[in-house]
Design a protein around this ligand. Structure first.
Ligand SMILES: [Zn+2]
Length: 188
């Protein structure tokens, strides 16, 4: 039997322009889960429930952390029913645009290199801010939405607005959307 393809939310959460961070560019496999993250938000689902062909097991060092986060998500009960929140369409459009376009790194003006001069020499060195990619993908922020005590970028509320249930712990919003579960970090 053919498995359903991975829901769109997995592609909307990740950010294909994060060249410095391969783990954020597309969904990946970690143990029994398929995972997608942009570092502010992470979602997981049982990898056996979906067609995950073409996705890779992540070798990124961040995947060690992923396992801890997966456990935390699974252990956190989402007992409160989610109530849909009104989000302005303009905000959503800008958010999705930011996920598919990319800005220039402030540090190197998009060159990927920075120059360092001493009285003897001039050095060209790889920009550490963007790992030499020149990219600085940004997600726009327009104020925030409060979910209990957690302040969340409306972009993320848009992605989880059909959630079934949620909970908030330690400035993190945990949620369940059918087979998918995840968490969003609150703004400081
Ligand atoms: Zn740079």
């Amino acid at each position: 039997m053919k498995k359903p393809s991975l829901p769109d939310i997995f592609y909307n959460v990740c950010n294909q322009h994060q060249k410095a961070r391969p783990i954020m560019q597309k969904p990946y496999i970690c143990g029994n889960h398929v995972v997608s993250t942009d570092m502010s938000m992470i979602i997981i689902a049982d990898k056996n429930k979906y067609d995950t062909s073409g996705l890779e097991e992540s070798a990124d060092s961040l995947s060690e952390n992923t396992e801890k986060i997966i456990n935390r998500i699974k252990q956190t009960e989402c007992i409160k029913p989610w109530q849909k929140i009104d989000i302005d369409d303009d905000e959503i459009v800008s958010f999705m645009d930011a996920k598919v376009t990319h800005g220039e790194c402030y540090e190197c003006d998009g060159n990927g290199y920075v120059y360092l001069s001493t009285s003897f020499n001039e050095y060209e060195i790889e920009c550490l801010s963007c790992d030499g990619t020149g990219d600085h993908p940004t997600i726009p922020i327009w104020g925030h939405v409060c979910v209990d005590q957690v302040r969340v970028n409306p972009c993320y509320i848009f992605l989880i607005n059909n959630a079934d249930s949620y909970n908030t712990i330690d400035n993190q919003l945990f949620f369940r959307i059918g087979e998918i579960s995840g968490t969003v970090l609150g703004m400081r």
